[in-house]
Design a protein around this ligand. Structure first.
Ligand SMILES: [Zn+2]
Length: 529
């Protein structure tokens, strides 16, 4: 029972050659929001992240730091990559490292199966290789070097000369899968998203596919080729298999997680979409396994117009943002401000402005005001609503519509649109309070029922918001859930279901509210300077 009955999402596994920057955190948060949304919708969900620890790049980084590659990987995972997940509040189900035995043994079994089926042969590779990309390059991928690199071919991504390789390698018969890949892109139009990326991949595959060199023998930091231990497996061929090794796949053996959760949705940066949308499905076809459910390539984060990366000195550590604004704000900002799939610019000014306008003044202030008024006018007990006017009916419609619109957006991985749909409730409720002026109604003793109707409507709207925003703002919504006094009546926030969130009237009259600290406190201007 896969696809439809369950939801599974992966991030790329990240190279441990360096510490994470906000580009990595962006990918992690997107996958986490999708996973949390599905979990909160009652769908069996599984989310995977991890680290890619083999290959020449890591070997060289370790050597340069005077340690073994495994020592280097252990240190980076413990000091940087696992802590990253805490920093930005990721609720992953598994974390896989490609140096784990559970992974390496599956890589060997997968390879052996393809070798036994005649899909791997030995040959001679002669061509270019970028260690920074860990990728074989065609001459057409490269640019002419200038200055100190004059006369050499340079990788346009890394700005450094590529290496010329001439090695006896093993090759995967990828060229055999060209037509099947094109058929896949045709029959499953959302296999690669967004469409711009799909078009790019389709025309790349239409131009023809070469067989793929899948082993190296000039260094030894990798998984050994099982029938020839002079070779280690090409790092990408090794790494891609993590998506099924983590699910416990084995050839010719049942695997409960694999049966339940494969095929997964892969969230990747658009620069590695070819590996995921061409090489990986070809590998799976070769092994007679189902291809991924979807490969979604997100855009670049730009800082001052440049792609985020440490090598370009624009790297920002996620904790620099969360230390000031908190993890909820980090999650909200990147998911809301950037249309998922497109490039987006990060700036501290934009982050600070959205924090103040949308989180503090929009949502946070709404929550504080409503809880405070229930405290002041109703002794901290959610009142019984009287007859609903057109204004209350409008709020109920807004909530119901937001659930449907937001869910449909999530199905397309349009995370920003989904948040915008939910935010219509925030805006409507703020407008409703401005028009209804409960603080004035409270001064008229003959209008108690009207006051109660207004406050109930606002509190019940917050109940729906807590559920719908929990995938993006897990900490703030938990505080709000407690402040509304919902838990003794409705159960834990985690047990609320998004598809039911629009059903009006769930928060019972009589629920006891608790004081609510500011969900998004004021930030000192000096802190962001
Ligand atoms: Zn490169």
């Amino acid at each position: 029972m896969a696809a439809g009955d369950s939801f599974s999402v992966t991030t790329p596994i990240f190279y441990v050659n360096d510490a994470p920057h906000i580009g990595h955190a962006y990918t992690e948060v997107a996958a986490d929001v999708l996973a949390r949304w599905h979990r909160q919708s009652g769908v069996p969900t599984w989310s995977l992240t991890g680290t890619d620890e083999h290959g020449q790049k890591i070997l060289r980084t370790a050597v340069a730091n005077g340690v073994t590659p495994k020592e280097w990987a252990d240190k980076l995972v413990a000091d940087a990559w696992i802590p990253l997940l805490k920093t930005i509040d990721i609720a992953n189900d598994d974390f896989i490292r490609t140096t784990e035995e559970r992974h390496e043994s599956v890589v060997q079994q997968f390879l052996q199966k393809l070798y036994d089926d005649g899909l791997i042969y030995d040959g001679e590779y002669e061509g270019y290789y970028c260690v920074g990309c860990e990728e074989y390059k065609q001459q057409s991928d490269l640019v002419d070097g200038t200055g100190e690199f004059a006369g050499q071919y340079v990788c346009p991504i890394h700005g450094r000369p590529v290496e010329v390789l001439k090695e006896k390698n093993y090759f995967f018969r990828m060229s055999q899968f060209q037509q099947r890949l094109l058929d896949l892109y045709e029959s499953q139009p959302d296999f690669i998203q967004p469409d711009s990326l799909r078009n790019e991949i389709v025309s790349f595959v239409r131009r023809g596919l070469d067989d793929l060199s899948i082993s190296r023998q000039s260094f030894d930091w990798g998984v050994r080729v099982p029938w020839d231990d002079k070779h280690v497996v090409y790092v990408w061929f090794d790494a891609l298999i993590n998506y099924i090794s983590a699910l416990g796949w084995r050839p010719d053996a049942p695997a409960e997680l694999f049966d339940r959760f494969w095929p997964s949705n892969h969230i990747v940066g658009k620069d590695i979409a070819r590996f995921h949308a061409v090489i990986w499905p070809a590998m799976l076809m070769a092994a007679d396994l189902p291809v991924p459910r979807r490969v979604f390539g997100h855009g670049w984060l730009l800082v001052g117009g440049e792609k985020m990366s440490k090598s370009k000195l624009t790297g920002i550590a996620p904790s620099q943002i969360t230390d000031v604004f908190g993890s909820d704000a980090f999650r909200y900002y990147f998911m809301r401000a950037i249309a998922f799939g497109q490039d987006g610019s990060f700036s501290w000014e934009d982050l600070a402005a959205r924090y103040q306008a949308e989180l503090a003044n929009g949502f946070g202030n709404l929550a504080s005001r409503v809880v405070a008024m229930v405290g002041r006018y109703c002794d901290g007990v959610v009142p019984e609503a009287g007859a609903a006017s057109e204004a209350e009916a409008g709020i109920q419609r807004t909530v119901a519509d937001a659930v449907g619109t937001a869910s449909a957006a999530i199905d397309r991985f349009a995370i920003s649109d989904s948040i915008a749909a939910v935010w219509s409730i925030v805006d409507e409720l703020n407008g409703y309070l401005t028009v209804q002026e409960p603080w004035k109604v409270a001064k008229d003793d003959s209008q108690t029922e009207r006051l109660h109707t207004i406050l109930y409507t606002a509190a019940e709207g917050l109940r729906a918001l807590a559920v719908l925003l929990s995938p993006v703002l897990p900490q703030a919504t938990q505080k709000l859930w407690a402040a509304l006094g919902a838990e003794p009546h409705l159960g834990a926030l985690a047990d609320q279901r998004i598809p039911d969130a629009g059903e009006w009237g769930q928060l019972p009259a009589g629920a006891r509210t608790q004081a609510l600290e500011a969900l998004f406190p004021r930030i000192d201007h000096e802190a962001t300077a």
